[in-house]
Design a protein around this ligand. Structure first.
Ligand code: COA
Length: 334
């Protein structure tokens, strides 16, 4: 039994914020952000554009994109997010209700920026085991709600977005391998220190540090090392070699990281697909929104072998090898 990709879509908030606009309110510049990261613009949510709302819209876009499918209904929804609508309950049941998917299995997972790869691996296992016949996975984050607007080392890097993919069981196989890993020894590299049980259980119970923090330089090096390892492992598991790869879609955090990864696998620059200049780092939405962009403009073609890879808080990492489906997918960002 194989796992087939039949739908893909994404969503961003209406408000676009350029580097120039950020430079007016922060001690930064278009020149610094562009040369150090490659990011030019990102979208910021308004108060109504929550994680569930962006997830819902991405889900609608994915459902509309399907051109070939049997009649079975979506029976599982996985939302990968580290910025849920509420700490309790999970966001996925709400999104399932908004999408009118019925009383289905619905769960969140949190692997921060690696969330989509973790969700893909879980989705793949649920379908191959026969537990699910048709599944929607969504990567969605509204990082503007956890960033300190005065912190120039994080605020310019992130954008808000959601991306959704629909998978079914099939004789075709579009997921050739998945690989994931983690190392909790490094939880402090990417973190929101307070606001969870650790701070609530302290005698003073103070939530002093509720903003997102990242040790940029160390994360930069670990991201390269672990995405390199992940791509190698996923290729080995798929039985393919780097010469068989048409495109790589790395997590969209920094163009310099993406360039290094493609050099390490001797891929040319056109083979590393990007969307970060337009959307910034959208955390769990980063991989699906990049896929949408390149399916829409026709870069990604049927039969292409694509390696997706990510790195994020936890720390976590992972990769998957995809064979792009033969049937058309009308992918869109709405
Ligand atoms: N505008 C202007 N200057 C800035 C700035 C900004 N937005 N952000 C940082 N700087 C300054 C720093 O204060 C520092 O100044 P100093 O030398 O006077 O101390 C200088 O620029 C260099 O900072 P540094 O942190 O060394 O920059 P960098 O080249 O490492 O780039 C990141 C910073 C965050 C862009 C980069 O480290 C990175 O992309 N890390 C990985 C992120 C990632 O992969 N995340 C994935 C998981 S979410």
């Amino acid at each position: 039994m194989g796992v087939k990709i039949i739908g893909l879509g994404a969503s961003v908030p209406l408000k676009l914020v350029t580097n120039e606009e950020l430079s007016r309110v922060l001690d930064t510049s278009d020149e610094w952000i562009t040369t150090r990261t490659g990011i030019k613009r990102r979208h910021h949510s308004s108060s109504s554009e929550t994680t569930s709302y962006l997830s819902y819209k991405a889900g609608v876009a994915a459902l509309r994109s399907v051109t070939h499918s049997d009649d079975s209904d979506v029976d599982t929804l996985i939302v990968a997010t580290s910025t849920p609508d509420r700490r309790c309950p999970a966001t996925a049941p709400k999104v399932a209700a908004m999408l009118r998917l019925g009383k289905i299995r619905a769960l969140d997972i949190n692997a921060v920026c690696t969330g989509f790869i973790y969700a893909l691996e879980l989705a793949d296992a649920l379908i191959r085991s026969g537990k699910s016949k048709k599944l929607m996975l969504i990567g969605a984050d509204v990082f503007t709600t956890i960033l300190n607007k005065q912190d120039r080392t994080t605020y310019p890097l992130f954008g808000d977005a959601a991306g959704a993919m629909i998978l079914t069981n099939s004789d075709d196989d579009n997921i050739l391998s998945t690989y994931t890993g983690s190392d909790g020894e490094y939880e402090n590299l990417i973190t929101i220190p307070d606001g969870g049980t650790e701070s609530a259980l302290r005698p003073d119970g103070v939530n002093a540090d509720v903003f997102f923090r990242m040790e940029g330089k160390e994360v930069f090096l670990k991201a390269i090392a672990h995405m390199k390892e992940s791509v190698s492992e996923a290729l080995n598991l798929s039985g393919l070699s780097k010469e068989n790869v048409d495109y790589i879609v790395p997590h969209q955090a920094n163009k310099r990281i993406i360039d290094t990864i493609s050099q390490l696998f001797e891929l040319n620059k056109d083979q590393a697909l990007m969307s970060l200049e337009e959307y910034g780092n959208t955390s769990a939405a980063s991989i699906p929104i990049t896929l949408v962009r390149h399916v829409k403009v026709g870069t990604i073609k049927p039969g292409n072998k694509i390696v997706v890879t990510a790195f994020g808080g936890g720390i976590t990492w992972g990769a998957a090898v995809l064979r792009w489906p033969d049937e058309k997918i009308n992918a869109n960002v709405i």
